[in-house]
Design a binder for this molecule. Structure first.
Ligand code: ITT
Length: 192
């Protein structure tokens, strides 16, 4: 099976992508490569940060790789938390991030939100970008224990449960990351 490096240290994201690509690619992440340093996400866009991460792996490990950058965007908060999603509350803790978001939305009537992923794939020295978006709303209270990040407060449009109440298989059918990933897989299939 061909190997692809996913430039992340996040095991939840790796697990989601491994499930989606099972049987087609063996996915290694930065932990598998024994890289424990930090790749600083210094750009102001998802595409910029994803590209920075994939380039880092290609430069340092000389392996085929892709990276993603994702986050939650709210119109009522001018696009926040956006590229700062994982650092929103400043503690690196998902519960704190969700609590802060719920607090900042208390006075707002528009609770619509979207998760966005941009994947950067370095293929034959060229950078290809793939985007996935899922629209939904932010609940007033957390529900569910699965998933990670903001899953317990995000309810995708057309559903009456949050991402954290879905199985990984259910979430993987509709998530922002799954949509971007599907575009990358279609691209890779064409190239093989
Ligand atoms: P890496 O940079 O190591 O890949 P990360 O946790 O920072 O891991 P992202 O940059 O892709 O991951 O995502 C930033 C944050 O956005 C993430 O920490 C979560 O808080 C949130 N997020 C992204 N995708 C999510 C999802 O599917 N469900 C819930 N929250 C998500």
């Amino acid at each position: 099976m061909p190997q692809l490096v996913f430039a992340t240290q996040n095991e939840h994201k790796t697990e989601e992508i491994r499930a989606a690509l099972s049987g087609q690619y063996e996915i290694l992440n930065l932990n598998d490569l024994d890289f424990s340093g930090e790749i600083e996400e210094t750009e102001h866009t998802f595409a910029g940060n994803a590209s920075l991460k994939s380039k880092f792996v290609a430069d340092n490990f000389k392996l085929d790789c892709f990276a993603d950058d994702s986050g939650l965007e709210l119109l009522a908060l001018n696009g926040a938390p956006g590229v700062l999603s994982s650092r929103y509350a400043g503690t690196g803790n998902s519960e704190d991030n969700m609590d802060l978001l719920l607090k900042n939305l208390e006075e707002k009537t528009d609770r619509s939100a979207r998760f966005k992923t941009v994947i950067s794939l370095l293929h034959n020295g060229e950078n290809h970008l793939f985007e996935g978006i899922i629209n939904g709303t932010i609940r007033t209270e957390k529900a569910g224990r699965k998933g990670f990040g903001y899953d317990a407060i995000f309810q995708p449009d057309g559903y009456d449960i949050t991402f954290a109440e879905m199985t990984m298989e259910e979430k993987n059918k509709i998530s922002h990351r799954a949509l971007a990933l599907k575009k990358m897989i279609d691209f890779l299939k064409q190239k093989r």
